[in-house]
Design a protein around this ligand. Structure first.
Ligand SMILES: Cc1ncc(COP(=O)(O)O)c(C=O)c1O
Length: 498
């Protein structure tokens, strides 16, 4: 491109927040990369830019300086500035016309990359305001933000000497406090050295999958089950074995029959996601006996066991493990809030060093400040009080939802497992399309999660036992919202009566 044409094509946006010199820098760089300004071409003197674009000379000098520093230009400002001749040739590009008609080429990803993308396709986050019946969302109206911000401010004032790189396993004081908490509340047998703090339980699932499995190794998962687990196992290139669940949890006999040589089983024994039942003692013992006989690992995802409203409290599966094969995974996403991104694992001794090293490769360590604040929150009793308060509150919210279903929705919906959790699985009393209900719900302002979301496509054919329905979140909604939204949901069903 002739330099005068290039100058004429330049446009800077004064309303844009990006400084003018950055805009100029980006335009020149783009012209060089695209080949519009070829290697060796002399750039106009800075005053031409000033005149043409009505900008100050300093703006041009700042842009040139960056381009010189990054190697796009050579020479010295004032004595002639040139497009660097040593730059690699820009790739030949299709004409704008043909580009308009061709689809962007899919990037050549690795097999693992493709598997990752496949499972990340439906983003599990919702960006708009929380509304009925969003799943897995704690009630932030009950969170003591005043206490939390006081603790944050105090920590910033007295950060001691902890802002450099730290132990990849996490903040020592937090691990000590968690060990005490887990021993007393969940019967987890552990010492602080077995605990690794992670960026949410998702990171724990990812690390365990990639460190414990070779590509092609089989892993049992619950079907339906948690997509975060499926995705982590796929990312590790494991053969994901979808095992049906019933009222007693994962069908261990089925799994042994079909996939006897699996290397790992991932379960939610305290509270199955999404159906909500608890794994029976017999199944727990069967699972552990299989793991022992096959030298397999078990991941216990104990994501929301703090919230149990009725029935006997059950100790963790890890507390029954006599063979050091259970990796216990927990999270602050339900008891505090998901955006905090704090979770933890309690590992068998033999896994502590390798998983700590793997964690260091992924992100060196989880951010220290939230860990320190959480440690204070626990040490000063706020954590215990918050769990107690929210257990009562969510119990009331669940009761409000059950009442609303009994009173207004029993012709359309049934439910079974109400012992705990932040969500309630409901089934249709008559055959219906989940997608139709979800769509009509959306039009009525409701956020409805179909149960089939938890059933991967590969498992659909085999899942003759699967009953369609919805997972309704209640923990983040006031009783009033639950009541009003249940009436809206009734109208949705009425409008789809046929
Ligand atoms: C089964 C299960 N495990 C773990 C989590 C929490 O994940 P994270 O700690 O990464 O937020 C969830 C959240 O919905 C879940 O449903």
């Amino acid at each position: 491109m002739h330099i005068s044409l290039f100058l004429a094509s330049l446009q800077l946006d004064r309303d844009d927040r990006t400084p003018l010199f950055r805009q100029l820098y980006a335009s020149i760089k783009q012209a060089i990369l695209s080949g519009a300004l070829p290697a060796g071409r002399q750039l106009p003197p800075s005053r031409e830019f000033c005149l043409r674009l009505a900008i100050s000379r300093q703006t041009v000098l700042n842009a040139y300086e960056l381009l010189l520093a990054e190697g796009y230009l050579s020479g010295t400002v004032g004595k002639g500035t040139y497009v660097n001749v040593d730059l690699p040739k820009p790739p030949s590009r299709p004409s704008t016309l043909s580009m308009r008609h061709t689809k962007p080429m899919a990037p050549a990803l690795s097999r693992r990359g493709n598997l990752l993308v496949e499972f990340a396709r439906s983003p599990p986050w919702a960006q708009d305001k929380t509304r009925a019946f969003r799943v897995s969302m704690p009630g932030l109206d009950a969170f003591p933000f005043d206490v939390w911000s006081r603790l944050v401010a105090r920590r910033w004032r007295r950060h001691e000497d902890r802002l450099g790189y730290g132990d990849p396993a996490g903040y020592g004081r937090l691990r000590e406090l968690l060990a005490v908490y887990l021993r007393s509340s969940r019967g987890v047998i552990c010492n602080p050295a077995q605990i690794i703090i992670t960026s949410g339980s998702q990171q724990a699932l990812y690390l365990l999958s990639t460190v414990l499995l070779d590509p092609g190794d089989s892993a049992w998962v619950e079907s339906p089950g948690y997509r975060g687990t499926f995705a982590s196992l796929h990312a590790a290139q494991a053969k994901v074995c979808y095992v049906p669940v019933d009222q007693n949890g994962l069908d261990v006999a089925y799994a042994k029959r079909h996939y006897p040589n699996a290397k790992l089983a991932a379960v939610t024994p305290s509270h199955h996601l999404p159906l909500g039942m608890t794994m029976s003692l017999q199944r727990r013992l069967d699972l552990l006996a299989w793991a022992k006989a096959h030298s397999a690992w078990v991941i216990e995802d104990d994501y929301d066991s703090e919230y149990r409203y009725s029935g006997a409290p059950l100790a963790s599966l890890q507390s029954l493990d006599q063979n050091d094969c259970v990796a216990y995974v927990g999270t602050m996403s339900k008891v505090l809030f998901p955006g905090l991104r704090l979770g933890y694992m309690v590992l068998p001794q033999a896994l502590v060093a390798p998983i700590t090293q793997a964690k260091a490769i992924v992100d060196r360590q989880t951010a220290i400040m939230p860990q320190m604040v959480l440690a204070d929150f626990i040490a000063e009793g706020h954590f215990g009080r918050h769990i107690k308060r929210t257990r009562k509150l969510y119990g009331e919210r669940q009761a409000a939802l059950l009442h609303a279903i009994d009173a207004h929705l029993s012709a359309f919906l049934s439910y079974e497992n109400t012992e705990g959790g932040l969500d309630l699985a409901v089934h249709f009393t008559k055959p219906r399309s989940e997608q139709e209900i979800v769509k009509a719900g959306l039009a009525a302002g409701l956020e409805l999660r179909p149960l089939s979301y938890y059933l991967p496509t590969e498992a659909k054919e085999k899942s003759t036992h699967f009953l369609p329905g919805l997972l309704l979140g209640f923990s983040s909604l006031s009783e009033q919202e639950i009541h009003e939204s249940s009436l809206k949901l009734r109208d949705v069903f009425r409008s789809k009566r046929s």
